[in-house]
Design a protein around this ligand. Structure first.
Ligand SMILES: *Cc1c(COP(=O)(O)O)cnc(C)c1O
Length: 433
């Protein structure tokens, strides 16, 4: 699974992971009744005039890096996320890496996250010089389980003289935690932040799938936007995300002026001003045309998210009828998810996927191999059963078609094919008995 995992359609702009059946409107198989996994074409046709105008204006002033297009978007996205600052960067991966470094994560530290995320989360931790540690997730929400974080801190760490946790294995200071708001549903931030505070950990939100998702803080008695809860939030604007660029892009959101300032330097070779390098940084800027495109699309995001929520609720109600064989993702009472992905669990997942592909219905798996079992992390010495919930989910999850302009008719067809599959299965089991 690579970042630009291909699919057999138009380009490779799909979700990270195993999108099948392309990004175009109609997949290869199944003819006109096909339901693609993603539709990146329709929204761009709808916005074509606006986007072309913007591109023309960029050509006319040739301000491709920095400048007002970037600043306008940063201001608008900060406002959208209810944060004081937004710093545009070149990808979600860089957003995570820069946020970690700016938050003071040092080489040799340990940073805690979950095994069921895209590898970018742990790559960013490693690239910041730190060492990823995993805790398992809640089986109903697929998000970091605060109890597991507590267990990790109590059992796998000892507390040093300053009251700070150090891993027993490896003797690394644990300095940050990165909850992932997976599929667009916020993690249980009150509980995680409370633990983080007790153990002096910095919280960096991986909000790469959660543009506009909301979390109800019982502690503060109000709804909060994803990316505004931890010290910083990291967003990806990869084309298939709810807010996607026409290329690579990302952003860091924060209320901390120092973090914002450091991220601004890190993205631009550590410069505080031209050729004055305070630190060594990176080439990790967001270019002006992408920022301009994002600003145009941002004004449609709430409508798109609302449409996704409506599609999800229709799937929920259609699928409850056949509840026996399908488990839907549970919306936590404190969460307003924005359904970057609509994920269900079934027993014979691979067979179902094959049947749906045969019917021209695109699906995906997010993600098929938990990170602790990836070859890239073999050296960490994990084995099967170390994170049983993540492992079970990886075997049973399937992502169904989900996008704002998915039609009810398409959803009926998807659910009808799932029902056919499950009833054929149970007939086979009955007749074998
Ligand atoms: C997409 C994604 C990223 C990485 O974003 P890029 O822009 O592709 O670098 C990180 N974490 C999660 C959970 C993601 O879905």
């Amino acid at each position: 699974m690579t970042a630009n995992n291909g699919s057999n359609g138009n380009g490779s702009n799909g979700h990270h992971g195993s999108g099948h059946n392309g990004n175009g409107r109609n997949g290869a198989a199944g003819g006109s009744r096909a339901v693609s996994f993603l539709d990146l074409i329709t929204p761009h046709l709808e916005l074509e005039d606006e986007l072309v105008t913007l591109f023309r204006s960029a050509l006319s002033h040739a301000g491709f890096i920095g400048g007002p297009m970037l600043e306008d978007f940063e201001k608008a996205f900060a406002q959208y996320c209810d944060t004081q600052y937004c710093v545009g960067v070149s990808s979600g991966t860089d957003a995570l890496r820069f946020a970690l470094t700016a938050a003071g994560v040092n080489p040799g530290d340990a940073v805690v996250t979950v095994p069921n995320t895209f590898i970018a989360t742990t790559e960013a931790i490693s690239q910041a010089g730190a060492h990823p540690e995993f805790v398992d997730v809640d089986e109903h929400t697929h998000n970091m389980n605060p109890e597991k974080l507590r267990e990790f801190l109590e059992r796998k760490c000892e507390i040093d003289a300053d009251g700070k946790p150090v891993t027993r294995r490896g003797k690394r200071p644990v300095t940050a935690v990165v909850p992932v708001h997976l599929f667009g549903q916020p993690a249980d931030m009150d509980s995680l932040c409370e633990l983080a505070e007790r153990y002096h950990l910095t919280v960096i939100e991986d909000a790469c799938q959660a543009h506009g998702a909301e979390y109800y803080s019982r502690k503060e008695g109000c709804w909060k936007k994803a990316g505004s809860i931890g010290l910083a939030g990291a967003f990806s604007f990869y084309p298939g995300k709810n807010l996607g660029a026409c290329g690579e892009a990302g952003a860091v959101t924060t209320n901390d002026e120092q973090v914002a300032r450091t991220v601004r330097m890190l993205r631009d070779h550590g410069q505080s001003r031209k050729y004055h390098h305070e630190i060594e940084g990176y080439n990790g800027r967001l270019d002006a045309i992408q920022a301009g495109i994002l600003k145009v699309k941002l004004s449609h995001l709430d409508r798109w998210n609302q449409q996704r929520r409506e599609r999800a609720s229709l799937y929920d109600s259609l699928l409850t009828v056949i509840r026996e064989g399908v488990k839907v993702c549970v919306e936590a009472p404190f969460a307003k998810p924005i359904y970057h992905l609509y994920v269900v669990r079934v027993q014979q997942r691979d067979e179902l996927m094959a049947k749906l592909a045969h019917e021209g219905i695109g699906t995906g798996i997010h993600y098929p191999i938990p990170l602790h079992l990836q070859r890239a992390y073999q050296h960490m010495g994990y084995k099967e059963a170390d994170f049983p919930v993540s492992e079970r989910l990886a075997k049973e999850i399937i992502s169904l078609p989900m996008y704002p302009n998915l039609t009810p008719e398409q959803q009926y067809r998807v659910v009808e094919k799932i029902r056919e599959f499950l009833s054929a299965r149970s007939d086979a089991i009955l007749s074998a008995a």
